[in-house]
Design a protein around this ligand. Structure first.
Ligand code: LLP
Length: 426
């Protein structure tokens, strides 16, 4: 994160707080959340995309604090469920700046959104349109703004589990089959819903702009076709997916350049097709939260497998960071609590779960004298680590420790075994 520095004694300092202090006070593993870094990225996106609506994709990392900072910096909020919406409500996030996503929203999700009066609902299926139209009359005065999620048929350059715009995946109305156009026409004719525009999310951890541009072009063509029949679509939401540098090999496009490219492509397409310029929106999650998080672990065991590698086992694992196992994600690791002048050794950082796939960092180097008791830091874990955390082996989820200006505070407390057992009422 932006505020991280290494002291002369080798201790990593984040937000002015030595991680050794955090580990002592709150234990390990722990997610450290650099508030200033998160805030700065919100502001960077807000400014680079000044003429867009910028929805922070809360699924990446959602706490009251992150929702509050997104609100304070002028961002809007993307939520996917009534659960995510509950956090928005808890911080009085302005309803008109909230957008509801989901490919299979329940009646409860939709009812919660209508009750709070969220600004936009991104509809993903015909059944959802049925459910919405049935529900709306129960909320007098309600006429939700609707975007239709379109499967634009772009194969995003990313891991298969997080590519979301080709035909063979679950999200959106197909463009090629005509389903998207039919859905737009249905909403246009609906007396209960307000047609606002189209939505596309091509995938996640996308480093270039080509995929977004291809999506924008296809959506512009659809807009032009519908405009011929007098159907206006004033908004175009291009989704999230802006990648971050997990290693030095990842080179993300800077926000400002991304904004300029997207705006230019849409302007050009609209001019060529003779349609009006829509209000644009984006939904970054990872690019805002990812770099703001660092996970701290304590080493418990080290195994040197001759000629292969060194396995360094830490006190967390796939339950606090499932991304390595699930998406083959690449992380780095550093010794965070002391200096060492031992030569570097190739290591694999593994967790404490009963699963051979329980890997946190597949391959990196640590000083060869790494030993039990050492504190390790894995950066870039601010997005989709806490939010995908689980309890395999009944391991409680780590706390979130926010750091800022030399102070640390626990914003999400550590789960306990009692917390887990409380749900087992048999
Ligand atoms: N908008 C929509 C409609 C999305 O589905 C997503 C992510 C985003 C925005 C935010 O995407 P971001 O800017 O954060 O890439 N668990 C996976 C990522 C799943 C993303 C799901 N949707 C991972 O850890 O990589």
């Amino acid at each position: 994160p932006a505020t991280a520095e290494q002291g002369p004694d080798g201790v990593l300092i984040i937000g002015g707080v030595p991680v050794t202090d955090i580990a002592e006070r709150y234990g390990t593993p722990a997610y450290v959340f650099d508030e200033a870094d998160f805030r700065e990225r919100c502001t960077t996106f807000r400014e680079a995309f000044h003429d867009f609506d910028v929805y922070y994709a809360s699924k990446a990392f959602l706490t009251r604090t992150s929702a509050r900072i997104a609100e304070e910096t002028g961002l809007s909020l993307d939520v996917c469920t009534e659960g995510e919406l509950a956090y928005a409500k808890a911080v009085d996030f302005p309803a008109e700046r909230i957008l509801l996503h989901g490919n299979n929203k329940s009646e409860a999700d939709l009812a919660a959104a209508l009750a709070y009066g969220v600004g936009r609902i991104v509809v993903d299926s015909v059944e959802e349109l049925d459910r919405l139209e049935e529900l709306v009359p129960r909320f007098p005065g309600s006429r939700p703004g609707v975007l239709l999620r379109v499967t634009v048929g772009v194969q995003a350059d990313t891991h298969a589990h997080i590519a979301t715009a080709h035909e063979d995946q679950k999200f959106g109305f197909s463009l090629v089959s005509g389903d998207a156009e039919q859905a737009v026409r249905r909403v246009a004719d609906s007396g209960l819903l307000e047609l606002r525009g189209l939505h596309s999310h091509i995938g996640s951890q996308i480093l270039g702009t080509a995929g977004f541009e291809a999506a924008a072009k296809r959506l512009a063509e659809l807009r032009a076709r519908l405009a011929q029949d007098g159907i206006e679509l004033p908004e175009l939401d291009l989704g999230g997916g802006f990648g971050i540098a997990y290693t030095e090999h990842d080179v993300p496009t800077p926000a400002k350049e991304m904004a300029d490219n997207l705006r230019t492509v849409v302007e050009k397409e609209c001019a060529a097709l003779g349609v009006s310029m829509p209000r644009l929106a984006i939904e970054p999650g990872r690019a805002i939260a990812g770099p703001a998080g660092v996970t701290l672990y304590r080493v418990g065991a080290v195994k040197h497998r001759a000629g292969i590698r060194t396995f360094v086992a830490v006190d967390g694992g796939m339950s606090d960071n499932v991304r390595t196992a699930l998406y083959d994600a690449t992380y780095s690791v550093q010794l965070a609590g002391r200096v060492s002048d031992a030569p570097p050794a190739l290591v694999r950082v593994v967790g404490k779960h009963c699963d051979a796939g329980d890997v946190v960092v597949r391959e990196d180097h640590l000083p060869s004298d790494v030993r039990a008791g050492d504190l390790l830091a894995v950066p870039g874990t601010g997005a989709y680590c806490r939010s995908l955390a689980h309890n395999y082996n009944q391991i409680p989820r780590p706390p979130v420790i926010a750091v800022a200006e030399g102070r640390a505070r626990e914003i999400v407390r550590r789960e306990t075994v009692e917390d887990l057992m409380r749900l087992d009422v048999g």
